[in-house]
Design a protein around this ligand. Structure first.
Ligand SMILES: Nc1ncnc2c1ncn2[C@@H]1O[C@H](COP(=O)(O)OP(=O)(O)OP(=O)(O)O)[C@@H](O)[C@H]1O
Ligand SMILES: [Mg+2]
Length: 265
C-alpha cells in the first residue's frame, strides 16, 4: 500500500476505533465506503480540525452514506453530519443532466471523480445559498472531494431527526404551512428549485421542517427549473394529501407566491 494511504488509513482507523461502541453497522459502512481517496479526504478534514471522531452511520443510501461525526470544542462534544458520496454507485448520467446548463458549473468533463467533486460542491453551494437566505436547511461546514460536512440535525444526545416519511408530523396542515414558507424562501430568496422535494428529504425536527439533500437543486433560470418545480409541487401535494393534509395545488402555488405563470394540471 502507498505509505501515504497507509498513514491515512491508520489515522482513520484510529478515529474509528476511538468510538465508544463499535457496532456491526459501522464496520459495514467502513468497508463499503472508505476507498483510498475517501480515507485521504477524511484524514485531511480531521487534520484540518473539522472533526475528531467518526461515530457511526445515520443512513446508508444508494449514492451517499451519512455518518455522524464528533468535534470536541471547549471540552464539549458537538455532532456533525458527514455525507460521503460513493464513487462506484453514483448516478453520473443524473449528475451530468443537472450540472449541464447550470451557469455556475461550466464543466464538460467525463471524469467521474471530477463530476462527483463538482456535485458535492454544488450541494455545498446550494446549502449556502439556502442558509444565507434563512431557509431551514442544515448549515454547511465544508466540502472536500466526495465528502460534505454539515450541521447535524438532531437532539443533544446525538439522535438524528427523522424524515417526515418516518415521522409523521403531529399537525400535518401546520407542518405543511411551515414547509411551504421555507420553500417560498428557497425559491424567491435563495433563487433555487429543490428538484427532489419529498417526505424523504424533509426532516421533522421537533415538528419543524428542515429541508435536506439539495445537490440536484438548480438555479431558477436553469432550463429544467420549471419542470422540476412542477414536479416538486405535485409531489408535495400528493404526499401531504396522503398524510391527511387538507390542501390543493392552487393553495400550494399561492403559498409559494408563484402567481399564474405556472401551469399545473
Ligand atoms: N444534516 C443531517 N442531520 C441528520 N441527519 C441527516 C442529515 N443529512 C442527512 N441526514 C440523514 O441521512 C439521510 C440521507 O441524506 P440525503 O437525503 O442528504 O442523502 P441522499 O442523497 O438521499 O442519499 P441516497 O440518495 O444515497 O439515499 C437522510 O434521509 C437523513 O436521515
Ligand atoms: Mg435523500
Amino acid at each position: 500500500m502507498d505509505p501515504k494511504i497507509a498513514k491515512a488509513d491508520e489515522k482513520i482507523q484510529k478515529i474509528i476505533s476511538e468510538k465508544r461502541r463499535k457496532s456491526v453497522e459501522d464496520k459495514r459502512v467502513g468497508s463499503e465506503i472508505f476507498d483510498k481517496q475517501t480515507l485521504e479526504t477524511l484524514y485531511k478534514l480531521a487534520n484540518q480540525g473539522y472533526m475528531d471522531v467518526l461515530n457511526g452511520a445515520i443512513s446508508t443510501g444508494k449514492e451517499a452514506n451519512v455518518l455522524k461525526g464528533l468535534k470536541y470544542k471547549n471540552g464539549k462534544e458537538k455532532f456533525i453530519a458527514v455525507k460521503i458520496y460513493r464513487i462506484a454507485t453514483s448516478d453520473f448520467k443524473k449528475m451530468q443532466y443537472y450540472i449541464q446548463g447550470d451557469p455556475r458549473f461550466n464543466i464538460k468533463s467525463n471524469n467521474k471523480r471530477q463530476l462527483i467533486n463538482n456535485w458535492v460542491n454544488k450541494e455545498f453551494r446550494n446549502l449556502t445559498r439556502g442558509f444565507d437566505a434563512e431557509v431551514s436547511v442544515p448549515k454547511p461546514i465544508v466540502a472536500l472531494n466526495n465528502v460534505l460536512l454539515l450541521e447535524f440535525i438532531g437532539d443533544d444526545e446525538g439522535n438524528p431527526a427523522q424524515t417526515v416519511r418516518n415521522q409523521k408530523p403531529e399537525d400535518v396542515d401546520d407542518f405543511l404551512d411551515k414547509l411551504l414558507f421555507e420553500t417560498k424562501k428557497f425559491i424567491h430568496d435563495a433563487n433555487l428549485i429543490h428538484g427532489d422535494l419529498s417526505t424523504f428529504n424533509i426532516l421533522n425536527k421537533d415538528e419543524n421542517p428542515v429541508i435536506i439533500d439539495v445537490s440536484q437543486s438548480v438555479v431558477r433560470d436553469h432550463p429544467i427549473a420549471n419542470e422540476l418545480l412542477v414536479r416538486d409541487i405535485k409531489n408535495i401535494f400528493n404526499e401531504f394529501k396522503k398524510l391527511g393534509a387538507s390542501t390543493s395545488i392552487k393553495e400550494i402555488k399561492e403559498k409559494l407566491d408563484l402567481g399564474n405563470d405556472l401551469d399545473i394540471d
